[in-house]
Ligand binder design. Structure first.
Ligand code: MG
Length: 385
């Protein structure tokens, strides 16, 4: 069987969506666009290696986006898509495959039947290009505002997609020979080099996320009502002590007393963190950040919560919701609920609508009723896979 690698081009800065984050790193229902793209190829038995080409400035984003995907380390791209493609091809040279597929990172829905058709065509052609027919009538417009000045014959016209497949040695040679020239895709480089390019059927769902509408469509397509749901609970207590404020969910609240603790004593954030860790059976705050370790003395508790969030995303998981109850007579929580939920949402990178912050008194009963301490309990749902 021919050995086949896939090159995923993720160097683009994709500013058309109005997001500061390049579109390949945006989150689609718990997994990044890039990770979904990678998974589409890892799931295909004909693909032996996955090589991603990234913008040099995006290494941290890349690491967060791919999680535990077991693939070759990324290589840095160039100033243009073409240069990035060439860098990626050169990176594969030390263990040259027979075939290479070159794919846009922002197409997370490459289907295995399309990949099959591309690979099959490479048995008899130097290159293979998945395409979909042009279904709409094509018009030429000129002027501002534009007026129709003709109908374009759409016979034999196709829209090109990726993954575009190539015999590796031939496309590497063609790329090297085209250095300095500009082409819009790799198939055009193959055409220029005189290679035979077979046209195979692509799929309408294998679209490139370019506009905000595309992103919405991709979100709808990845909505998942089934999955491996995990529930976790967290409970914490900190004693009240001398002081003039408490910190709850990262929000500083003036109070006649403070809270005692090794870190910033954010009892509410600790309960939430333990709920998340509990949902994925990863122990509790103390097992990740031992109180015996001096480096966590006075630490901001957001460090703990961020860590729990990262452990979940590393496993491809997402947070369904968090429900937090703070138990105390004072300070009053109500005026700060929104700010607290917003703070948790920001730290975890999830919608605030998934977070509920509530408070109750214990009717002056027990240690919370006597003002000796503040308690908090939380539950969370995490979906894995
Ligand atoms: Mg605690």
């Amino acid at each position: 069987m021919a050995r086949c690698a896939v090159l995923i081009l993720a160097g683009g800065s994709g500013s058309r969506l109005g997001s500061e984050i390049p579109k390949q790193y945006l989150n689609l229902n718990g997994l990044s666009v890039l990770r979904r793209t990678i998974d589409a190829f890892l799931a295909h038995p004909g693909i032996e290696a996955v090589q991603v080409v990234i913008g040099a400035q995006d290494r941290e984003r890349y690491d967060n986006a791919i999680g535990d995907a077991d693939i070759r380390p990324p290589v840095s791209g160039g100033a243009s898509r073409q240069e990035s493609g060439r860098n990626g091809l050169e990176a594969l040279a030390d263990d040259a495959p027979d075939y290479v597929l070159i794919h846009d990172a922002a197409r997370p829905f490459a289907d295995s039947a399309t990949i099959d058709r591309v690979l099959h065509a490479l048995e008899t052609s130097d290159a293979a290009l998945p395409c979909v027919p042009v279904a709409d009538t094509l018009k030429r417009g000129t002027g501002t505002p534009p007026l129709v000045d003709g109908t374009v014959d759409r016979t034999n016209l196709w829209r090109a997609q990726t993954p575009q497949g190539f015999r590796y040695a031939k496309i590497l040679d063609a790329h090297r020979a085209c250095e300095g020239m500009e082409f819009t895709d790799d198939a055009a480089i193959a055409e220029h080099a005189g290679l035979s390019v077979a046209l195979v059927r692509g799929h309408e769902d294998n679209f490139k996320i370019t506009t905000a509408d595309d992103l919405e469509r991709a979100k709808r397509m990845t909505e998942n009502t089934s999955g491996d749901f995990r529930i976790g609970t967290g409970f914490d207590v900190h004693a009240q002590t001398d002081g003039d404020h408490v910190v709850l969910c990262g929000i500083r609240i003036d109070h006649s007393r403070g809270l005692e603790g090794h870190s910033d004593a954010d009892v509410a954030m600790h309960a939430v963190t333990d709920a998340l860790l509990g949902a994925i059976a990863e122990g509790d705050i103390g097992s990740h950040f031992p109180p015996s370790d001096d480096q966590w003395r006075g630490a901001a508790s957001r460090v703990f919560l961020e860590h729990a969030g990262k452990l979940i995303s590393k496993r491809g998981g997402s947070i369904g919701n968090i429900d937090l109850t703070i138990i105390c007579e004072a300070p009053k929580i109500g005026p700060h609920r929104d700010a607290m939920a917003a703070s948790l949402a920001t730290i975890l990178g999830i919608d605030q609508g998934r977070i509920s912050v509530k408070a109750t008194t214990s009717e002056k009963l027990g240690f919370t009723g006597r003002g000796e301490g503040i308690a908090a309990q939380a539950s969370a749902i995490v979906r894995l896979g």
